[in-house]
Design a binder for this molecule. Structure first.
Ligand code: SF4
Ligand code: SF4
Length: 93
């Protein structure tokens, strides 16, 4: 399950740099999470880094978006592939 940020967020900026997938961004009023980029930190860490650092505990698991550990692992691998492709110069001849 991806995580989401509730409107209790105080925009303290602490979580954004902690996300290994760059899934957290400043939305119109508060920080938000791109669900397609959040792996619950699977592939990087044992625990969700954003929830550890949030001082007001406003980052919750989105139960409406269930994903198993295996699915999160595949999501992580897909993201890593995308990142590798983005880094590869287009040198096809
Ligand atoms: S759980 Fe991990 S991947 Fe998801 S938003 Fe938080 S820091 Fe990023
Ligand atoms: S750490 Fe929590 S309060 Fe701070 S910006 Fe992130 S979600 Fe908002």
């Amino acid at each position: 399950m991806a995580l989401y940020i509730t409107d209790e967020c105080i925009n303290c900026d602490v979580c954004e740099p902690e996300c290994p997938n760059d899934a957290i961004y400043m939305g119109e009023e508060i920080y938000e999470i791109h669900a397609h980029l959040c792996t619950e930190c699977v592939g990087h860490f044992d625990e969700s880094q954003c929830t550890i650092v949030c001082p007001v505990e406003c980052i919750l698991v989105d139960v409406s978006n269930p994903e198993s550990k295996d699915q999160l692992q595949l999501k992580y691998e897909g993201l890593m592939k995308q990142a590798a492709n983005a880094d590869t110069p287009n040198n096809k001849t």
